[in-house]
Design a protein around this ligand. Structure first.
Ligand code: ARG
Length: 366
């Protein structure tokens, strides 16, 4: 019997070449899996490309809701920011992909999974550690760490030689990874940590010279820790996040430029945008602060840092991370209330908060 490999497929040049390369190199059957956790593009050309590259089958799934409920929400409750800043949009997507890869491999009786991450980043570790945590029997193939191509041109030539249709879209000069929780912008001139990001590097937020002059008030309602309404309009979690990305992005809210310590031991300069995430995190923290006592608040900060480290290092499916979820989940039924923001020129300033479970006493404060 032929070996079976389930490949995390993006539809891009790397993973399209990877399909063919695995088939030839490993004499295997390749099944692709493509998850949408940001924009949901037309699946037809993606399917066509995967099959043209030689895949026997492709799973294409809109996983935004799972992403929001099982990955974004727990990290929102944990107030998780890597190195105190990064809201981890990319980070949180990787265990989701790892988990679904494992499920599909088990269903298809495949003994291999594969991914298109390079050998320098965090993502390879997150996917590999995620897969191994969930099913240690699965073997992992990482074509980009193994193959002989050195340049993009060589890959394009390989694609041509093997009749793999590649997307004609112009490749960004940056390396981008985007989903509903934010975007990471890396590489190119940004690798010099002294070079300011050019205005056109940004994707989700407007430049400050292009935001409305007039500020705008926005309220966010939380019920039991879950954001449920914007300006009193009830919304499901995914559309709420998407709407807030638009509203906050219009005001240039949620930009971050940092040098971060990768788990592989190198420092990298990262430019991030996370409009909705920035507002929701600040809102959830504000309510938490209004409701709980000093001891709880001071102690949970320690765990927030630990939570972010675990997520960032790919230790999502681990006993400690699960135990921390239990800790942060324990009192979410009290996190109900409303936070009022003023959006103005790059900032979402908290200007009011209220909750039926508030511990604040005006009488004592006066
Ligand atoms: N450094 C960030 C992280 O580790 C962003 C990584 C972006 N990944 C990418 N494939 N472009 O979460």
């Amino acid at each position: 019997m032929k070996k079976k490999v389930v490949l995390a497929y993006s539809g891009g040049l790397d993973t399209s070449c990877a399909v063919r390369w695995i088939i030839d190199k490993y004499d295997a059957e390749v099944i692709c899996f493509c998850a949408f956790i940001g924009e949901v593009p037309d699946p037809a050309p993606i399917r066509k490309r995967a099959l043209a590259a030689g895949a026997s089958k492709i799973y294409i799934e809109d996983m935004k809701e799972v992403f929001a409920k099982e990955y974004i929400l727990p990290s929102l409750w944990a107030h998780a920011r890597y190195e105190g800043k990064y809201l981890m949009a990319t980070t949180l997507g990787r265990p989701l992909i790892a988990k679904r890869l494992v499920e599909i491999a088990e269903k298809e009786k495949a003994e291999y999974v594969a991914h298109g991450c390079t050998g320098k980043g965090n993502d390879q570790v997150r996917i590999e550690v995620g897969v191994t945590s969930l099913n240690p029997k699965l073997k992992i193939i990482a074509p980009l760490k193994e193959w002989e191509f050195r340049t993009r041109e060589e890959e394009i030539e390989y694609a041509h030689d093997h009749n793999i249709p590649i997307a004609v879209t112009k490749k960004s000069i940056y390396s981008l990874d985007k989903n509903i929780w934010g975007i990471a912008i890396e590489a190119g001139i940004l690798e010099d940590p002294w070079t300011a990001p050019p205005q056109d590097a940004y994707v989700m937020t407007r430049n400050l010279d292009n935001v409305p002059d007039k500020s705008r008030e926005v309220t966010v309602d939380f019920v039991k820790g879950i954001p449920v309404a914007l300006n009193k309009k009830k919304m499901a979690l995914v559309p709420l996040i998407e709407t807030l990305n638009q509203w906050a992005g219009d005001y240039g809210i949620g930009r971050l430029d940092m040098v971060e310590n990768r788990l592989v031991g190198i420092k990298s300069r990262e430019v991030y945008e996370a409009p909705a995430a920035t507002v929701l995190m600040s809102g959830h923290e504000e309510l938490t602060n209004l409701i709980f006592d000093r001891e709880y608040l001071h102690f949970q900060r320690i765990l927030s840092d630990k939570y972010a480290d675990l997520a960032y290092f790919g230790l999502w499916f681990t006993p400690l991370k699960e135990a921390l979820d239990a800790f942060f989940g324990k009192h979410q039924h009290l996190v109900t209330g409303e936070v009022k923001f003023r959006f103005e020129k790059g900032n979402a300033t908290v200007i009011g908060r209220k909750s039926p479970h508030s511990s604040y006493s005006e009488a004592l404060a006066t």
